[in-house]
Design a protein around this ligand. Sequence first.
Ligand code: AMP
Length: 428
Amino acid sequence: MTGTPTRVLVLNSGSSSVKYQLLDMSDGSRLAQGLVERIGEETSRLAHTPLRAGGSAPRERTGPITDHAAALKAVAEELAADGLGLDSPELAAIGHRVVHGGLRFTEPTVIDEEVIAEIERLVPVAPLHNPANLLGIRTARAMRPDLPQVAVFDTAFHTTMPESAARYAIDVETADAHRIRRYGFHGTSHAYVSRATAKLLGKEPEEVNVIVLHLGNGASASAVRGGRCVDTSMGLTPLEGLVMGTRSGDIDPAVTFHLKRVAGMDADEIDVLLNKKSGLVGLCGDNDMREIRRRVDEGDERAALAFDIYVHRLKKYIGAYYAVLGRVDAVVFTAGVGENAAPVREAAIAGLEELGLAVDAGLNAVRSGEPRIVSPEYARVAVAVVPTDEELEIARQTFALTGEIAGGDGGRGPDGNAAGEVTRTTNA
Ligand code: AMP
């Protein structure tokens, strides 16, 4: 094939894993996807799924993959085996998910040495995520130094928050010296879902106010006014806000001093407690909502309490963001729990009729991968389920920027729509 390259490889690099998807932005279709996990261990595994019609079957490799360079080399080999190699002239760009862009990165950004240095400078506020993202970036740049590579930041969508929402009420000098403020995360998902919700309502993003509830293993809420984020529940780190799979969400900060003084725990132990051993798993031993619902249905009291605490927090944020926005057009659920757990949606909206919110039991019970409204016709505010698609959003933003660099059509398809609005998978 000749012509303008339209493929974008999306890389999401974690400390011991790399997730990837190859998309064709001429129509938003997915050509391949996969995951390398347990990098650096003896039991590394690469699972590769070709997705082109008539393509080959899913493949798996096991055995040691020593580092991110070896992981990307293995990914490149798998893609090449399907005729989709990284050396293909059809590859337009690589889009990297980067968790923390601080205040500097308000937009997707073409990566150069200066951008890498700034992502590095943000490591103190994202010690788990940014180093892993940088490993992926450096490796991919070494493999294809000639190719545009774009960083898409999880925090970028939230940089529109006013200072009143973004600042903590602590000493300003201390906060500024250490860049302590609320940044928010899952921004790519909140951006995608809020825009897709406007489309579902038959409106432009500028016309609608939306509360987005991204409920995956990590969970966050955001208040979006006319397409711009005005508040979000995650803060300096992804620990703040909703009850999550393993994170506590909001907690009195004095709990941490108490744990130090009374329980003799140090900062790292408290970090692990609040990030890994709290939330649903801390409350009932399970972080999978399917398992929790099964236990609730069997009469398990701990699971029932965990579910109630989870829903109570969710309801508080819906009310808070309703007040922040003043007028709400839709409350939208997304990600693993939000898209699949009808009981969570039902319980979170229950009792909010005075706010114009209701869920139709029949519509809410429908299982579908499509964006849909689950509120009854009479409800003043729509309740919607919109599957998120961070990879497509990263690819779209990457391609748009690549188009700009090349003087192309900015990622717009032949009909003028942003490419790829038609296909989606759940992956948050
Ligand atoms: P995510 O982080 O978006 O991939 O979401 C992962 C979480 O989604 C899991 O931990 C489960 O709690 C939840 N989940 C996935 N599928 C279902 C389902 N069918 N019903 C309820 N919860 C689900």
